[in-house]
Design a protein around this ligand. Sequence first.
Ligand SMILES: [Zn+2]
Length: 307
Amino acid sequence: MSSQDFANELTIAWHKESSKVNFSEVKQFRALMDSFATLKSNFDIEEFHGMKHQVIFNGEGAWKRTPARCEISDLLVVSYDNNHTTPQIRVTFIQAKKSDEKHSLCQGWPNKISQTSFKANLEQWDLLSRRPHVLPHKPFHCNPNVLKDAILPSIGSIIVFHKISPKENNLFYISADKLTPLSLPKTRFAKLKTLTGNTIRTIQGHKERVFACCITTFAESLYNLEIGTPIHKEDGLTVKEDLYRKEFRQWIGNIIFTHVKATKDSDSIEKVSSSERVMQFLEIDNYEDIENPPALLVLNNNNKINE
Ligand SMILES: [Zn+2]
């Protein structure tokens, strides 16, 4: 199975699931989660529903509140590839938005970010794009530097649902740092516009997609590990980066551990799941239960599962 297969299947599932439900942020987000779930028979993928969590931080901008407080994300995505001697793992916090405007993004220049704008919560955008230190709001727990010290900015990302026809919805993906306010907003709810530039960039040797025009290109990039920051062990990392990744792996491990345990209680299937497989590569000795884990998607792009 290739990334194109994954992208095609997710596109078909999404068009079906998203047109079944109302065009609201919550319903479309659930439709996306349901679309991922339908791919389980052919791909090594798992999705867990979870709690939304808020963080407190020093806001910036004319609209700022002191302190600022908002959700860190709707979905935590872990994608990994265990086909190499050293497994690779990427993670991103995705915030889902909906836009009532018309966005026509697929045609034109596939290597350039499409120019568009949409209404958003600027506090949330400020958090994910500027990536300050955060203080998790209890019972949520995360490292204060979870956004700040990621080497790739797509640790904070946004997907925007929109209508392309009365019966058909689509979405686009963007790394939060590739957005900027459209004018000089004074309020928290205002328009963001996309910045110009290439859809792919490379930072410290890591390829990163910053914009995907539709569900298909988004799915392909996710599968190819081009979205999110790396958290796997690697040679030549600075002490700080090594520690950041290790702490992140521990945190992700705890989240997966908690989710898997909750699912296993009601499910006697003895198959090793995608999530449990990734736990082998986190290189963590002990896992702890955490309270109200966030929604999580785990995707393994290695299809040895079908052998
Ligand atoms: Zn497209």
